[in-house]
Design a protein around this ligand. Structure first.
Ligand SMILES: Cc1cc2nc3c(=O)[nH]c(=O)nc-3n(C[C@H](O)[C@H](O)[C@H](O)COP(=O)(O)O)c2cc1C
Length: 291
């Protein structure tokens, strides 16, 4: 135990006696009313609790009322949470897409894939509809998938060269982990379609960010095959579902080259401070020499 300064849940800086918790995570979101948290104390003791969402506003209070042994303190939770938040922000500000050519084995484990999906399910979701799903393509099915990719290429371009068809096959084979990302808006829901699409996009972002935070490289790629009805049916999509693309995930063999990110001003206006000047289009102004 040692003395340190932490942010309390109210955001105040406080001097606290803390004991680090080795590991903590939200294990499983049950439904809108509760979730399961698990922790491993410094002494290696494992504890798991089902708690109500309201209680979750103050994890420390929950741990106190659950009578946890002395080695794990609410303060430690708060400290850990702060550190995690800091790392998460660094990760958000540094994510890059990493092309499949730059990836190598190993890909994420089953447990890590589950965590990626939990991150996706954390995205803002009007009506909790989760209007998206993923299809995993394990190693054992990749050769079959490569045939499906090749057949689609041939359908789209009957004159395609064997090199082109080989490239199509490689898209199915290359990434250590490959997931199709399917948007499935709930057409009978009152939640507007556009909000469901935004939710799916946010979930996709969370998955890519979580993969980056785990240290993996990842990228979302679509391509014309995602619009082919036969291809979609072969992957198991049904009516009203959209194949948004494929997420490739793996360990990074060669990092992606540095890329410029648009400054906040590219997406920022302050109402009602309009001028007569049209808003500067950063992308065109910086990237298109004719603009
Ligand atoms: C739904 C979706 C589909 C995409 N499909 C492609 C694609 O087919 N080809 C491509 O070059 N980039 C595609 N991208 C963009 C890349 O995933 C990536 O975001 C882009 O190259 C910018 O790199 P960055 O993520 O490092 O900023 C797609 C992105 C999204 C969100």
């Amino acid at each position: 135990m040692h003395d340190t300064t932490v942010h309390s849940v109210s955001g105040q800086l406080e001097r606290r006696l803390v004991t680090p918790v080795q590991e903590w995570r939200i294990e499983h979101e049950m439904d809108s009313d509760g979730l399961v948290i698990s922790i491993v104390s410094e002494r290696g003791e494992y504890h798991s609790f089902l708690i109500g969402l309201l209680d979750a506003q103050d994890i420390g209070e929950v741990l106190r009322t659950k009578g946890l042994p002395g080695s794990v303190h609410d303060e430690a939770w708060r400290l850990d949470t702060n550190e995690t938040a800091g790392n998460a922000l660094d990760a958000l500000l540094s994510r890059r897409s990493v092309s499949p050519k730059r990836l190598q084995a190993p890909g994420p484990t089953r447990g890590e894939l589950e965590t990626l999906l939990q991150a996706g399910l954390r995205a803002p979701d009007h009506g909790r509809l989760h209007p998206w799903r993923i299809i995993e393509f394990p190693a054992g099915c990749r050769e079959h998938l490569a045939q499906v990719f090749e057949a689609e290429k041939l359908r789209r371009d009957p004159l395609s060269s064997s090199r082109d068809r080989q490239l199509a096959r490689e898209h199915a084979l290359r990434a250590p982990a490959l997931l199709a990302f399917v948007v499935c808006p709930r057409t009978r829901s009152k939640v507007p379609m556009r909000e469901q699409w935004l939710c799916a996009g946010a979930a996709l972002g969370n998955i890519l960010n979580a993969a980056h935070q785990m240290g993996y490289g990842a990228i979302m790629l679509s391509g014309e095959r995602c619009f082919d009805p036969i291809f979609m049916r072969t992957l198991g999509l049904v009516q009203d579902e959209f194949l948004a693309g494929f997420i490739s995930i793996g360990s990074i063999k060669t990092p992606a080259p540095a890329a410029e990110t648009a400054p906040p001003s590219a997406v920022w206006s302050i109402w009602p401070d309009f001028t007569d000047e049209p808003r500067q289009d950063w992308h065109r102004a910086t990237l298109d020499p004719r603009a």
